[in-house]
Design a protein around this ligand. Structure first.
Ligand code: CTP
Length: 451
């Protein structure tokens, strides 16, 4: 019996895929088809796959040519599979000609001519029109956004808005996009908006963007008051628009994997979550001088609360804030302690105090730990009672990670809600609520001190 093996993503299953599988099957008696996982595709830079793994496997099966379907998770897997399944022939389309010659050491390699004028990429582009994205704000985060957006297909950065014309022109010149200082003209030229301005301006920009029919991706913290978050999500719902809070950690593959392992029972029932993120900031920076909206917690709190909300939920029994303040009254270091019916959590952040930034999740059978920068998760460990037993997990984290949230935002705009669970509306609203509670306490403190 001649065994043939082939691999592919098989997204939006099309005639090219059908013909490839048909000819692959005809090369032998038994056909094994490897279908790529989403995580693997992401590491290969394919961020825009539409169909879920389950759908892609079903479509391959429906073709009737596959005798066995397997999952491809990593680049080194092909050699192992060929050995494991005793494959005689490895085949792929001619777009890969030469790329797999090294497999000749293990079996025969056949490149089948690719079917002309059809590809998943073409179908994806036909199904979705290119979204013209407009950036509001010209600061550091906005700078990081543009090169990442270039890596996500289906989006093109159209222009940038800043009420200060010179800043807009400088930014636009650097990235060869349009500059706007007139908000109406800006909204008229774009389909979706990315907001990267100081926290307190988010609410106003989100509202006008939604009123102009634009989908919105807004930097964290989206807003600092619960009722504002509720109002904006309601407005987005009424207008059938996507409003998306950009906490990049929530969308990076390593963090999804970490949550998956933490909840899988591997460490038993979760009883304690400790998340810490500190970043020493220049005392003259906006973050440490803006008397109303600056400070450590508004800047970094979203990251640290994210794992707490994901693992324990939004309904805590009690919350307590302990902060160390600088001379100007802003918090240099804040520890938030939350209690839940089944566990306890702390979220600690600092712009003026350095600490061991780590995420620790303790359970009844073991603990999971990710060291700083855990908010860009690419590695974590699981430890048990026996100190000699340690499970290690790695995941790719490409660039500065914004590409993952941009890609998920776009797929939601296209009506695909498969990633909506990564940061739900309810969680965004809860985050705003916690920010609000903190700000209220800080106000009271200022009043007590006669500020
Ligand atoms: N294939 C083919 N003819 C096409 C498209 C794909 O023979 N017109 C083959 C590929 O060479 C590969 C298999 O089908 O062996 C699975 O390819 P995949 O990468 O899933 O499909 P593409 O349409 O090439 O996807 P994309 O546009 O995302 O690269």
């Amino acid at each position: 019996m001649i065994k043939v093996i082939t691999y592919g993503t098989f997204d939006l299953f099309h005639e090219g895929h059908y013909r490839l599988l048909q000819r692959a099957k005809n090369l032998g008696d038994y056909l094994i088809v490897g279908v790529t996982t989403e995580a693997y595709d992401q590491t290969r830079g394919k961020l825009n796959v539409v169909d879920s793994l389950v759908t892609r496997i079903e479509n391959v099966k429906k073709s009737g040519f596959a005798d066995e379907v397997i999952i491809e998770e990593s680049p080194g897997q092909k050699v192992n599979d060929i050995k494991k399944f005793h494959a005689d022939i490895f085949t792929v389309g001619s777009d890969w000609a030469g790329a797999f010659d090294y497999l000749n050491d293990y079996c025969k390699v056949v490149y089948l001519e690719r079917t002309k004028n059809i590809s998943s990429t073409m179908l994806r582009e036909k199904n979705s029109r290119i979204q013209r994205i407009g950036i509001i704000g010209t600061g550091r985060i906005a700078e990081r956004f543009v090169p990442e957006a270039k890596l996500v297909s289906g989006v093109s950065t159209q222009g940038v808005y800043n009420p200060h014309w010179e800043s807009a022109v400088r930014f636009a010149g650097r990235w060869e996009i349009e500059a706007y200082s007139d908000l109406e003209k800006f909204y008229g030229a774009v389909d979706v908006v990315y907001i990267a301005t100081p926290h307190e301006t988010h609410y106003g920009y989100i509202k006008t963007a939604l009123e102009h029919g634009k989908h919105v991706l807004c930097e964290k913290p989206m807003v600092l008051y619960k009722r504002q978050a509720e109002e904006l999500f309601q407005l987005a719902k009424e207008r059938r628009l996507i409003l998306f809070e950009g906490i990049k950690t929530a969308y990076c593959p390593g963090f999804s994997k970490l949550l998956g392992i933490a909840c899988s029972g591997t460490i038993g029932s979760i009883r304690n979550v400790e998340a810490c993120f500190t970043k020493l900031e220049n005392p003259e920076s906006r973050e440490l001088t803006d008397r109303v909206y600056g400070g450590s917690f508004t800047e970094l709190g979203s990251y640290c609360l994210l794992p707490v909300l994901k693992l324990f939920g939004k309904d805590f029994d009690d919350i307590r804030f302990d902060a160390i303040h600088g001379e100007n009254g802003l918090d240099l270091f804040t520890k938030v302690s939350l209690t839940y019916p089944t566990g306890v959590a702390t979220a600690t952040c600092g712009l003026g105090v350095k600490s061991d930034g780590r995420l620790l999740i303790s359970g009844t059978k073991g603990y999971l730990v990710a060291e700083a920068p855990w908010w860009k998760t690419d590695y974590f460990e699981v430890h048990y009672e026996n100190p000699g037993q340690v499970d290690k997990y790695t995941e790719h984290f490409l660039g500065n990670g914004l590409r993952y949230e941009i890609s998920d935002f776009l797929s939601m705009i296209e009506g695909n809600d498969k990633n909506g669970f990564k940061l739900t509306r309810g969680e965004s609203i809860a985050l705003a609520g916690i920010m609000e509670q903190f700000m209220q306490l800080e106000d009271r403190r200022d009043e007590d001190m006669g500020a």
